[in-house]
Design a binder for this molecule. Structure first.
Ligand code: SF4
Length: 416
């Protein structure tokens, strides 16, 4: 993801005046939160920073965070019509400019509390998006987060502490109706009986395993553990030859962190480059940094010495029939495995919902939760959303989904 420039007023005005104010603005349709981009840019043109910031925050309460981490290269900026003339508008930099110039407005007077209490489990983007929507609609909300920090947002762009600070700043305006309880894991609906409705937004807590020999060895770890460790203390990485297994954004983030720490990084992916789920910008970034890619190969064994990884055996693949996801399935060839020396193996082959979490709710193939279009689960009054339903997505899409489900929860509570 490219870094966001920090504009001065003059630069923000100059960029805003490049906007074509398109009649059918494709940037609006490309934004998962449906931010009315040309309108807020018009406000910047007339130096009306406060209205621009207010308009953005009412569409997405966490716009200051999205201004820093949103993948605009695959969303609004990618679709911007100005790109057909010269360069697309730097929408994220304009977001960042207005939201960092104007602090969030504290609501002068809250409507009387409506009575019903809602519990939200998980203080990631979907959970917080839902909590804020309900708070605005007059409901009291308690958010339970198992970690000591809110946010649940991995980011190469900004450190975790700043993610949390940015969210806390945005949440101050809602403090009267919103209670956040951290370091409080909730595993069962029975723990939430006093609430009138529940929103489960627990994300994807557990990294999927490769299921091969040697996976328990020292030097083999999940991308989430690696990123957590290195974020807390960047000097934690000393291994030279790092092998990252996976082709998604988390794999790219792990590869970038390892590269920046001086590692010689190889990314192993079981399909072709064109099939990688990672955003092209992320792939470009680590390619420039010197990462070696090995496509159509799968680890079949981790080799160790005295309990520590020293190599990975890779099996060559070829593409077979189309699978359920519509992609060609990799199938092993008859070639002998290739031995790739490694001091450190990072596994980033996707994440799954912890099986112990809310076992009373119906899941699809034992993994993702099953819901209807309103986010309603198999239990009345219990709604689910975010990555625990759809798999890994963007932060802005999770905020927007949380907000949408929050409106359905309000409708449900008004009827009961
Ligand atoms: Fe402005 Fe680009 Fe949106 Fe058109 S697509 S309104 S030029 S930001």
């Amino acid at each position: 993801m490219s870094s966001v420039p920090v504009y001065t007023k003059t630069q923000a005005l100059a960029e805003a005046w490049r906007c074509l104010q398109c009649f059918d603005a494709p940037c609006i349709a490309a934004c998962p939160a449906n931010v009315h981009v040309p309108r807020f840019i018009r406000m910047i043109r007339s130096a009306n920073w406060a209205s621009a910031a207010e308009g953005l925050r009412s569409a997405n309460a966490f716009v200051s965070l999205c201004g820093a981490v949103c993948p605009e290269d695959v969303l609004c900026r990618y679709k911007c019509s100005r790109g057909r003339l010269d360069n697309p508008i730097d929408i994220r930099a304009l977001h960042r400019f207005v939201t960092s110039s104007v602090p969030p407005k504290i609501f002068p007077e809250w409507p009387r509390a409506l009575g019903p209490q809602v519990a939200v489990v998980g203080a990631g983007p979907a959970g917080l998006g839902c909590a804020l929507a309900l708070t605005r609609l007059g409901f009291d909300v308690t958010v339970f987060e198992k970690e000591s920090r809110i946010g649940g947002i991995p980011s190469m762009e900004i450190p975790r502490a700043r993610v949390e600070q940015t969210l806390q700043d945005d949440l101050r305006a809602f403090a009267e109706r919103l209670k956040i309880v951290t370091s409080k894991p909730i595993y069962h609906l029975a723990d939430l009986q006093k609430f009138d409705a529940v929103f489960v937004a627990v994300g994807l807590g557990k990294t999927a395993r490769l299921g091969i020999e040697g996976e328990e060895m020292t030097g083999v770890e999940s991308a989430s553990s690696f990123l957590r460790r290195t974020r807390e203390n960047p000097s934690n990485l000393t291994d030279k030859r790092v092998v990252v297994v996976g082709g998604g954004n988390t794999a790219m983030e792990a590869a970038l962190v390892a590269l920046e720490a001086g590692g010689e990084v190889t990314v192993v992916y079981r399909r072709r480059q064109i099939d990688m789920p990672a955003w092209p910008e992320e792939v470009r970034e680590i390619t420039v940094g010197g990462t070696v890619f090995r496509f159509l190969e799968v680890p079949v064994r981790i080799v160790g010495e005295a309990g520590h990884v020293i190599a990975v055996d890779l099996q060559r693949q070829e593409l077979g029939p189309v699978d359920e996801s519509g992609r060609l399935t990799p199938v092993p060839t008859n070639d002998s495995p290739i031995r790739l020396p490694a001091d450190h193996v990072i596994i980033a082959v996707g994440a799954i919902v912890e099986t112990a979490l809310f076992a009373e709710l119906v899941r699809e193939r034992g993994d993702h939760f099953v819901v209807n279009e309103k986010g309603e689960s198999s239990v009345l009054g219990v709604f689910i959303g975010g990555d625990a339903v759809h798999g890994e997505g963007t932060i802005v899409a999770a905020f927007a989904e949380g907000r949408r489900i929050g409106e359905h929860i309000a409708e449900f509570l008004r009827k009961t």
